[in-house]
Design a protein around this ligand. Structure first.
Ligand code: SF4
Length: 453
């Protein structure tokens, strides 16, 4: 039947599994928004922005950047990595383009929605249930970035709208990275009581620990120089953000469209192969007599006492290795051992996507001769921001990064010219890597900064 895919995109992290938590929570909330599937994608984790469209089942895809403000990521990185021709500010109502046969509706980030003012006030009330308007200042805290002044607009608009409610004697937008600096909050609030609300998407170590310390606040509610200073939790993790997101995605002009034929063919091939028992990387998929499938680490075959993992927990469970380390690139060796998932046939796709996102679609495309390979030079030329220096990396530096990272990865780096005869779908064991991942790009950047011995 025709349907619509919703993609919720976030930044993610190479280092910290918690960074993607807010995006996953938003995706769960949006399961009730009327789409036929809701998927996530990340800049620094898998499924990556480059892969994620291929994982969409339907030819109609709504893309929501789960970002708090407009700027470098929403205006440059995400459109570019998704293959949109649009660059720059996204107009009201979003941008609609066709990418590889799919109609993509790319929306503005949720943080600029006027309804976020209500969320901001909710956060303020949480930390300070009552205040006297004429004696209280609101400080909206943002990161700020000189690279794109528009990233400040959401913060300034939020402060302006909150100020217009008449609930504060004064409302100011202050920044961590640029003037007016958050550390100067005393100068901007006179002798008033202060409520500070971080206008951030997620609740990181930075928000909870380093920021209050940098601002000289001993706790969420501090009595300093005869006034009360309250420090709220970030707006992005408030449950009410769910209804803002729902309104945003429901306003998009998406209509149900057919299932993508290549996607359907890839998963039909996977299911057929799994019916005979299949290894995908370190994962073993075994058919069960009742038509379900069992998934576990191939090295755990025959083991008893494996921990049963429900499908909903599978992505998070396999996103860490047995030492608890984050696995941003899922095909790097280190799939944890000791677990077992049993899934009905109709959930095999979701289970495999949770463990190894995008590998089935990419393997099927490679077997069909339809997986475009992006050589390193092209990937490097596309990089911007802090990764721009990789454009001048020598072949030796790229080779050094490959030896450090690709050697521990189950994928074959086709982008570096390595051959791959048969994938796990066509009788072999290979997993194609059509383009250097962001972990490799980042490693090349680090090698350029501080060459390893
Ligand atoms: Fe794996 Fe290397 Fe490809 Fe990254 S670039 S996914 S480490 S093969």
């Amino acid at each position: 039947a025709p349907g619509r895919t919703l993609l919720v995109l976030g930044h993610g992290s190479h280092l910290n599994a918690d960074s993607a938590r807010a995006v996953h929570a938003h995706a769960r909330t949006l399961q009730g928004a009327g789409f036929d599937e809701v998927l996530t994608g990340f800049w620094k984790e898998e499924p990556s922005l480059r892969q994620v469209l291929r994982t969409a089942r339907y030819r109609e895809v709504t893309v929501l950047p789960a970002f708090i403000s407009e700027g470098y990521f929403t205006e440059e990185v995400i459109p570019r990595e998704l293959g949109l021709s649009h660059q720059g500010r996204v107009p009201d109502g979003g941008v609609t383009e066709t990418v590889a046969g799919r109609t993509v509706h790319y929306l503005r980030p949720y943080g600029i929605h006027a309804a976020m003012t209500g969320v901001l006030l909710d956060r303020a009330r949480e930390v300070c249930p009552t205040w006297t308007p004429e004696r209280t200042a609101l400080v909206v805290l943002g990161h700020g970035t000189r690279r794109n002044p528009r990233s400040k607009e959401a913060i300034e608009a939020a402060a302006r709208r909150a100020g217009a409610t008449g609930l504060f004697a004064h409302a100011a937008a202050l920044y961590l990275d640029e003037p007016p600096h958050a550390t100067d909050w005393r100068e901007h609030t006179g002798g008033l009581d202060v409520i500070m609300v971080p206008f951030f998407a997620s609740e990181g170590w930075h928000t909870l620990d380093t920021m209050p310390a940098e601002l000289g606040l001993p706790g969420p509610v501090s009595h300093l120089d005869g006034r009360v200073v309250s420090y709220a939790r970030p707006v992005g993790t408030h449950p009410a953000v769910g209804s803002v997101l729902t309104r945003l995605v429901q306003e998009a002009p998406a209509r149900p469209a057919p299932v993508d034929a290549d996607h359907a063919a890839a998963w039909a091939a996977l299911t057929t192969a799994a019916e005979g028992g299949l290894d995908v990387g370190e994962l073993r998929v075994t058919p069960q007599p009742d038509g379900a499938f069992a998934l576990h680490h191939a090295a755990d075959a025959g083991e008893s006492g494996l921990t049963r993992v429900p499908l909903d927990d599978l992505a998070a469970w396999t996103g860490r290795d047995n030492q608890g380390e984050h696995r941003p690139i899922r095909t790097r060796r280190g799939l944890p051992r000791g677990w077992l998932a049993r899934v009905p046939r109709e959930h095999l796709r979701a289970a495999l996507h949770a463990v190894y996102p995008a590998v089935t679609e990419e393997a099927h495309a490679w077997d069909a001769g339809e997986l475009p390979v992006t050589p390193w030079a092209e990937t490097a030329a596309r990089q911007s921001g802090r990764y721009r220096p990789v454009r001048r990396a020598t072949p030796e530096t790229v080779q050094a990064a490959r030896e450090r990272l690709c050697a521990g990865c189950l994928r074959t780096p086709l982008w570096a010219g390595e051959p791959l005869a048969a994938t796990f779908l066509s009788g072999g064991t290979g997993l194609p890597c059509a383009e250097a991942c962001t972990l490799l790009v980042s490693d090349v950047a680090h090698l350029l900064e501080a060459p390893h011995p």
